[in-house]
Design a protein around this ligand. Structure first.
Ligand SMILES: CC(C)(COP(=O)(O)OP(=O)(O)OC[C@H]1O[C@@H](n2cnc3c(N)ncnc32)[C@H](O)[C@@H]1OP(=O)(O)O)[C@@H](O)C(=O)NCCC(=O)NCCSC(=O)CCC(=O)c1ccccc1C(=O)O
Length: 264
């Protein structure tokens, strides 16, 4: 498969999917999401793939969410094959693919990039990784899996803290709050993720499939919340308040949200 924004490689039993836009800190645009969906579908269809590793190119970033500069320029995340921004379908695919998905977090996992690792089945972090949500800073939010499922992972209080204060947390703190499964030195990140993937090769694919679906069943209703959240976000990101966040980021200035708020 020919990709521009990602890389897709098979390594033993693992499909390694790498977001490859280091100059934008691996932020995703519409095309990136389309390509990620193709990669995850290919991994699903390949019966020799037992696990998927999701990571980012370079040492700085895993993924920093939506490409805020693109949004400031065009008001959207750029052209896509279907004409729709398919991030909600990518979220569902990471959950639905009946194989373990391992996030190998090599740097900052922020905003929609943080949501991606939260949705992966397990997360291995480099000691230099940083975690957090940024939407309210740049005129965005994820009121679907990104908040509801996060609360299942770290608990209500911590999830609200993460969203309401937009702080960044280092790998050790992320491990303490149950947001990551293991922390390793940067040079060992991919090796460790591949070793975890190798461990799955000895296991029954069917047993893993039923187990993943069983874990998911308890939170599958959140897909409905996710649909609502995407619809709300479509409206919000095009609003004066939403656009102010993206423009302020691109212009490297503080946003003035309050002047643009349109509710009482
Ligand atoms: C990540 C930072 C905290 C890193 O800070 P720092 O280490 O100081 O590096 P910088 O100098 O800031 O950044 C280096 C370089 O990268 C560019 N960059 C970084 N992030 C982005 C980005 N998201 N988009 C475009 N470009 C980016 C940055 O401008 C620099 O470039 P220069 O040319 O050198 O200036 C910090 O960078 C930061 O805070 N980044 C922004 C993070 C952010 O706000 N992300 C978006 C959050 S909102 C979001 O993701 C929602 C979108 C979305 O996912 C979505 C959309 C629709 C429905 C659902 C969803 C969903 O929830 O998933």
């Amino acid at each position: 498969m020919e990709f521009e924004d990602i890389r897709y490689e098979i390594d033993g039993p693992a499909a390694v999917v790498t977001i490859d836009r280091p100059e934008r800190y691996n932020a995703f645009r519409g095309r990136t999401v389309d390509e990620l969906i193709k990669a995850f579908r290919a991994a699903w269809a390949d019966k020799h793939v037992q696990a998927v590793i999701l990571t980012g190119a370079g040492e700085k970033a895993f993924c920093t969410g939506g490409d805020v500069k693109q949004r400031a320029e065009t008001g959207d995340y750029g052209p896509t094959e279907s004409g729709m921004f398919e991030i909600g379908n990518l979220h569902k695919l990471i959950r639905d693919i009946p194989k373990p998905v391992i996030a190998a977090v090599n740097g900052v996992a922020i905003g929609g990039g943080h949501v991606l690792h939260v949705l992966c089945d397990v997360t291995i972090a480099s000691e230099t990784a940083r975690f957090g949500q940024a939407g309210p800073r740049v005129g965005s939010f994820d009121a679907g899996f990104g908040s509801a499922y996060l609360a299942r992972v770290v608990g209500e209080k911590k999830a609200r803290e993460i969203w309401f204060f937009c702080r960044q947390y280092d790998a050790a703190e992320a491990e303490r709050m149950g947001l990551v499964n293991a922390v390793v030195p940067p040079g060992e990140l991919l090796k460790t993720a591949k070793a975890w993937a190798d461990d799955t090769a000895a296991l029954s694919p069917t047993a893993l499939r039923f187990l993943k679906q069983s874990f998911n069943a308890d939170t599958d209703h959140q897909a409905g919340l996710s649909n609502l959240a995407m619809s709300a976000l479509d409206l919000f990101t095009a609003s004066p308040e939403g656009l102010e966040g993206a423009q302020a980021f691109a212009e490297k200035r503080k946003p003035d949200f309050v002047s643009h708020v349109n509710w009482h």
